[in-house]
Design a protein around this ligand. Structure first.
Ligand code: SF4
Length: 206
């Protein structure tokens, strides 16, 4: 995709000023080699659901057996799943994408059960966010619009029955399957470089 490198550079400067650790790679194939320099074999790792992590090969790599991959088994009971979701706060590294990254350096995420945004905010020693440059926006309003553009697509993909699935528009619903329950804005990291942001010069994710 076409993008303005000066916008990426401005975003990286502002991410760094907020004590996030930014990187830029041109292609999705460069993501995994970079991440491999950051995570030791045997580390406890976990991830939030992310199309971007799948597209970049990160999801499969986390499940490769090299790491202590913290995720509930497919046949886990509700109690076992809850226990595992809590264990993920002790991960050495937590992986995710972002719904939007504002050029001023703020990182915006929306979540349903909050099992993705909660470990980004607190718990794991490190967080690695991978995001295509299509996630970069100029304003918080554009970030919110992006979230509301993505939510109906994700709800439909999962098979939810929220009102946005029918018409692609947000109804600020009170539906039990609502996917937009919590908006988390990462404004600054008190721990320098706890949160790495790898921007990729391609369109990735939803
Ligand atoms: S609040 Fe409800 S209707 Fe709006 S996008 Fe989220 S899930 Fe869809």
């Amino acid at each position: 995709m076409n993008f303005d490198m000066s916008v990426v550079e401005k975003t990286m400067e502002n991410l760094a000023q907020r004590q996030f650790k930014p990187y830029f790679v041109t292609t999705k194939e460069e993501v995994l080699p970079l991440i491999e320099t950051m995570v030791a074999d045997g580390a406890a790792v976990a991830n939030g659901g992310s199309v971007t992590l799948t597209q970049t090969g990160v999801s499969d790599w986390l499940k490769s057996g090299r790491f202590n991959y913290l995720a509930p088994a497919s046949d886990a009971t509700a109690e076992e799943k809850k226990e595992m979701m809590r264990k993920r706060f002790y991960a050495d590294v937590f992986f995710s994408s972002a719904n939007a990254i504002i050029t001023d350096g703020r990182i915006v995420n929306e979540d349903g059960a909050s099992t993705r945004v909660a470990p980004m905010i607190y718990g794991p020693d490190r967080v690695i966010i991978v995001a295509g440059v299509n996630k970069i926006v100029e304003t918080m309003g554009q970030a919110t619009a992006r979230v509301k553009m993505v939510a109906p697509i994700n709800c439909k993909k999962i098979g939810f029955d929220t009102p946005c699935v029918a018409d692609g528009k947000c109804h600020d619903c009170r539906h039990f399957q609502r996917s937009c329950c919590t908006t988390a804005v990462l404004n600054y990291s008190r721990i320098p470089d706890r949160i790495t942001v790898i921007l990729v010069g391609e369109e990735l994710g939803v």
